[in-house]
Design a protein around this ligand. Structure first.
Ligand code: SF4
Length: 200
């Protein structure tokens, strides 16, 4: 049976081994997030939302954007926001531009909880320090390509990366940002850029 989890297929296809390796890494994220969740008595999605709110600008901190970001329904995000409002971790303010929607922001307590929770994946960063610079660059550029392809295939939604940005240009084997007016080496390519503008 054709499946990356089929052990015989894995013996013959490096792509299958990579898929299973990525699944193992995603399991590490799941375990670490779950540990943080037990400690803070918040659900995994509530923790992810708090971390997102901590690091992103207010136009992205709205239920509809968050639903797309986390590939969830607006109703699910609204439920989580309601719980966090009840716990005094976030507040809602009317959006002066779009009066039908609200901006969700962290309270002082919410910021403290988000800051602590934002280190939940540090254990995954640690072993990456042991890779050579070349290995890290190869890994980053392969992952960026993979994420871009998954986005193009409609499997994951919003991506604020160079490959999907209107300011990105690639010619003669060189990446260039027309906004920053600068060449981008592989390690400069961004995964989550504040200046990202979706290419039309
Ligand atoms: S604006 Fe940001 S995402 Fe867009 S090309 Fe420049 S660095 Fe990349």
């Amino acid at each position: 049976m054709a499946s990356p989890f089929n052990l015989r297929q894995q013996e013959q296809k490096i792509e299958s081994k990579i898929v299973v390796a990525l699944e193992r890494v995603s399991e590490a994220f799941r375990v670490l997030l779950w540990n943080e969740s037990k400690e803070s008595t918040l659900s995994p999605i509530q923790i992810q939302l708090l971390i997102f709110l901590l690091f992103h600008s207010e136009e992205k901190c709205k239920v509809s954007y968050l639903a797309q970001e986390f590939n969830m329904t607006k109703a699910t995000i609204s439920d989580s926001v309601r719980t966090m409002l009840g716990k005094g971790l976030v507040v809602k303010t009317s959006d002066s531009v779009d009066t039908r929607s609200f901006i969700i922001s962290l309270t002082t307590e919410g910021k403290a909880v988000a800051k602590k929770a934002s280190s939940f994946a540090n254990a995954i960063e640690k072993p990456l320090n042991k890779l050579s610079d070349e290995q890290k660059q190869t890994m980053l550029s392969s992952l960026l390509k993979l994420i871009h392809e998954l986005n193009q295939a409609g499997i994951i939604t919003i991506q604020r990366m160079c490959f999907s940005c209107a300011h990105h240009q690639f010619s003669d084997g060189t990446h260039y940002c027309n906004l920053l007016k600068s060449k981008l080496a592989n390690e400069d390519l961004r995964l989550d850029c504040t200046e990202h503008q979706l290419a039309g």
